[in-house]
Design a protein. Structure first.
Lengths: 269, 215
């Protein structure tokens, strides 16, 4: 009935009216469709962004959990190494010197020497796994302590720090592990004789600059990165930090920037 | 005169922003340049009381080719390059046949313009659909093609009905024709205004620093 009335109404209308209604109608309809599309697109996009943010949050939580477990395990191993194996080695040495054979034979001297080396390595591994200086004296002292280790490899270490902000133990551990990874890479691969770490405040960000005078980075690092770089990347992601490989004439030059407000928060929240 | 001032404004905006324009925007600027020239010639011929309808036989083909080239680039995942070129060639042939056998050079080429409008509108709606399905765009209003698309949809949807019936309007009164073409002039103003917005929209260039991790 309505359709019949509409058709008869259209037939009675003049060409002018039909054309005007058609033109304006199509114009308004098309603008309306585009507006609906734009609103729908923006809502879909918002949902996608929220979903992406949830995924990132979930992955961060997973990463935090993994790193926490890793640190707990390291502490346990360090404790076992130092308190149990270290103690056994010390006891072995005492028995050796108290001895069944004369104290200064070549054999006992070699055994003492080997035991000394083993105890030294056990102590080093234990400290690497669980940095006592970091726990007791804080990040900045722990970084200074790199110098003692690097001296054994004839590497000069310079650490200049204009700004030493206080931060949670969790954040200190993250930064320490990042610098530890960089130092290990230099020692193992770079054939460098000098390492410099500089710390300053830059536009409400903590800026750490790491430099060495070694052979520089291999060409493949930028594309995929070795495991070391991935480890740095993972840890830095917990602090929403930025890692930049800067151009250097000799060796490497890395910059790590972390917003100060992130350092005030616990990374494991 | 008012609609010409919108056209001139859009053209000038495009000219001053020439260095910042992307491929789509440059093609729109070319279209506006040709449109301006055609309008000037058309106006000059009208004042000289000469038939100016032959201009639109060429303009319709040029406008379709330019806009369809833009859409062909954006709809490459749906319509292959060969198919797109095929449609353009078919349109040129249709236009020539229309001019030779149906609506000669002294008549308004309503059939050509109607077909052109219809194809461009369909292309515009397909592009909108593709944007919704793919969701690759962050902020669709910051993309020049969004405004070009909106301009095409809004203008051709209203005007194609008028184009189809335009030759039938010759028997209508002067007032009727003025009212309808006046409405068309409003669509044209919106058309050029949206082109101007498209020419003023610059996509952000995201610079990704090599070797920089940032969260």
């Amino acid at each position: 009935m309505i359709l019949f009335i509409s058709v008869s109404a259209i037939v009675q209308m003049s060409l002018l009216e039909i054309l005007l209604i058609g033109m304006v109608g199509f114009f308004v309809l098309s603008i309306g469709l585009v507006i609906i599309f734009t609103v729908y697109h923006s809502r879909l996009r918002q949902k996608e962004v929220q979903q992406h943010q949830r995924e990132i949050w979930y992955q961060k939580n997973l990463l935090q959990g993994t790193l926490q477990s890793q640190e707990r395990e390291r502490r346990r191993i360090a404790h076992d190494l130092h308190d149990e194996i270290g103690a056994l080695l010390t006891s072995s040495r005492m028995f050796l010197n108290a001895g069944i054979s004369p104290v200064h034979t070549p054999l006992t001297e070699s055994l003492n020497h080997i035991l000394d080396e083993v105890m030294h390595h056990v102590r080093r591994i234990s400290h690497d796994l669980r940095p006592v200086v970091l726990e007791n004296l804080g990040l900045w002292e722990a970084i200074h302590a790199f110098g003692d280790t690097l001296a054994l490899y004839n590497i000069t270490f310079e650490f200049t720090c204009i700004y030493t902000p206080r931060m949670s133990q969790g954040n200190e551990l993250i930064i320490y592990r990042i610098l530890q990874e960089l130092v290990n890479n230099t020692v193992k691969h770079a054939r460098a004789s000098r390492i410099q770490i500089n710390c300053q405040l830059d536009d409400a960000h903590l800026l750490l600059i790491y430099q060495d005078n070694g052979v520089g980075l291999p060409s493949t690092v930028g594309k995929e990165g070795g495991l070391g770089m991935k480890s740095i990347e993972s840890r830095l992601s917990l602090l929403d930090g930025m890692f930049e490989i800067r151009p250097a004439e000799v060796g490497v030059n890395f910059a790590i920037r972390i917003a100060m407000h992130r350092l005030n928060n616990d990374p494991y929240i | 005169m008012i609609e010409y001032s919108f056209l001139l404004l859009a053209f000038l905006v495009g000219l001053f922003s020439l260095r910042k324009l992307n491929v789509d925007q440059r093609q729109i600027l070319l279209l506006l340049t040709i449109t301006l020239l055609v309008e000037l010639c058309s106006d000059w011929l009208w004042r000289a009381k000469q038939n100016n309808l032959f201009l639109f036989h060429f303009y319709a083909v040029f406008e379709f080719l330019l806009l369809s080239t833009i859409y062909r680039r954006h709809l490459l995942s749906i319509v292959s390059k060969r198919a797109g070129i095929g449609i353009q060639i078919a349109f040129i042939i249709f236009s020539i046949i229309n001019t030779l056998f149906f609506q000669d050079i002294t008549q308004f080429n309503s059939y050509t313009i109607t077909v052109s409008s219809f194809i461009l509108m369909i292309s515009a709606f397909i592009l909108c659909y593709r944007w919704i399905v793919n969701l690759t765009l962050h902020n669709v209003m910051r993309i020049p093609m969004f405004w070009i698309n909106l301009s095409v949809i809004s203008y051709f949807s209203g005007a194609f009905i008028l184009f189809y019936f335009s030759n039938h309007l010759l028997s209508e009164s002067e007032d009727t024709r003025q009212l309808l073409w006046g409405t068309h002039a409003i669509f044209n103003m919106v058309h050029y205004l949206l082109y101007m917005v498209a020419l003023l929209t610059y996509q952000e260039q995201r610079q990704v620093k090599k070797y920089t991790f940032h969260w």
